[in-house]
Every structure is written in structure tokens, then in C-alpha cells.
Design a protein around this ligand. Structure first.
Ligand code: ZN
Length: 119
């Protein structure tokens, strides 16, 4: 799913705690998010890092933020189909990598991901 929309290799990493993962990999990550993306570092390809498992509060909080930004229809679909949410999360991080969008460009990344959700 992610590779199909990626213009160059990207590895998807699952970890129970992104802040801890970042420290052990000597990567600066702000706070302890449920997902982040790391650009290519020397010969290490780009990475999408996803927290697994996430709590119900994290799940509902992320969907709530999406809905507040105006994405009501897709938000309700994700509440019914959690798999769709996780695909969106990965595509959202890919949007940062593909477009070199900083972490502030959250709405742009969501729109980019939602446009590719059904592909
Ligand atoms: Zn983001």
C-alpha cells in the first residue's frame, strides 16, 4: 500500500514506543507520537515508524483531530473500519516524506493521504 505511492524505497517500522525507539536509534523525535517519518540518513532508506499497538484513546484522539479539520465522512468510516485508519496513518507519514512537508503541514498530509486511501 505504502510502496505503491512511494517514489523511492521506504521501510515501515513497528514499535510499541516511538520515543524509546528514537532514542535507541539516535533520532530526534518530538514528544511520543503514534506515528512519525524519518528521511533517508546516509545509506538507510526513508522510514515510517508506527506505534503498535495504539490505545483506544490514541485511536479516537487521532480520528477526532481529523474530523475537527473537516474530514467528517472519512473519520466516521475509520471509526467503523480501524484498518482504514492505520492505512491513513502510514500514508500521512509518507506524505511528509514524498513532499518534504514539515510536521506542521498536518492538514496537507491528511488531504494527500485521503486522496490515496482507496487506491
Ligand atoms: Zn504529520
Amino acid at each position: 500500500m505504502v510502496q505503491r505511492h512511494a517514489t523511492s524505497p521506504v521501510n515501515v517500522v513497528f514499535t510499541p514506543d516511538i520515543a524509546t525507539w528514537a532514542i535507541s536509534n539516535r533520532i530526534g523525535v518530538e514528544g511520543n507520537p503514534i506515528a512519525t517519518s524519518i528521511p533517508q540518513i546516509a545509506e538507510i532508506p526513508r522510514r515510517i515508524v508506527l506505534k503498535e499497538p495504539i490505545t483506544e484513546n490514541e485511536f479516537l484522539g487521532a480520528i477526532g483531530r481529523l474530523e475537527i479539520s473537516g474530514e467528517w465522512a472519512v473519520g466516521s468510516r475509520m471509526r467503523r473500519e480501524p484498518k482504514l485508519f492505520f492505512t491513513h496513518l502510514a500514508l500521512h507519514e509518507l506524505a511528509h516524506l514524498e513532499n518534504n512537508w514539515p510536521q506542521e503541514n498536518e492538514n496537507e498530509c491528511d488531504a494527500w493521504a485521503i486522496a490515496r486511501l482507496e487506491d
